[in-house]
Ligand binder design. Structure first.
Ligand code: 5RP
Ligand code: MG
Length: 211
């Protein structure tokens, strides 16, 4: 099990400072979608060069032009790039082909996907690497969490790694760990914590026994 830090609310220089502080407690650094919008591919380029021992994920949330758009982010140095589970199968297939050429990984963000029972087997047939259960920020504000979707997806996935995201913090992480995802993604639970280093350390230690 790995811990992924989603950096959503900082600019590039603050993001680098945060990674320096949390370095020992992160497996995967996520260049969050707002950081991509703010800084472009430069954020992926700078962070992957500066932290070569860490895996870097660019949360580009690709929806179309899978081959062309994924190439832009793989060229910038991302190890993983996200595509939406709602994207067309053709977009996903092109993207998987591109990822294989670069020897990089395809992460499917399942935000707002309703037909999990049918979509997960199709994604496995297409050959994606990670399926990420995700309750987005706006649905979190309505009181939703990704826990039930995580349990549901675990029923339908037979070979693909599973990630989970959506408002997870140090008080709730144990509930998610029990369902055994491969990657736990935490954004605001660390970046908005009073003491981000302490929160990251606690969460990192919580997943240690499942490495
Ligand atoms: C929102 C995202 C976030 O990165 C993801 O939800 C993790 O952040 P948080 O833990 O704050 O929910 O991709 O679309
Ligand atoms: Mg994200």
């Amino acid at each position: 099990m790995k811990l992924q830090l989603a950096i959503d609310t900082l600019n590039l220089s603050d993001a680098i400072r945060l990674i320096d502080d949390l370095y020992d407690y992160i497996d995967i650094i996520e260049i969050g979608t707002p950081l991509v919008l703010l800084e472009g591919t430069k954020a992926t380029e700078v962070i992957s060069n500066r932290f070569p021992e860490k895996e870097v994920l660019c949360d580009a949330k690709i929806m179309d032009a899978g081959s062309f758009e994924s190439q832009i982010v793989f060229e910038a140095g991302a190890d993983y790039v996200t595509i939406l589970g709602l994207a067309d199968d053709k977009t996903l297939e092109e993207y998987v082909d591109q990822a294989r050429k670069y020897d990089k990984k395809v992460v499917v963000d399942m935000i707002n996907v309703e037909n999990i029972d049918k979509r997960v087997p199709k994604l496995e047939e297409i050959g994606v690497d990670v399926i990420a259960v995700h309750t987005g920020v706006d649905r979190q504000a309505l009181g939703r969490t990704p826990l039930d979707d995580l349990k549901e997806i675990k029923k339908y996935a037979s070979k693909t790694k599973i990630a989970v995201a959506g408002g997870i913090n140090e008080n709730t992480i144990d509930k998610y760990i029990k369902v055994r995802p491969d990657i736990v993604i935490v954004g605001s639970g660390i970046t908005s914590a009073e003491l981000p280093q302490n929160s990251a350390e606690r969460m990192y230690k919580a997943i240690q026994k499942y490495r």
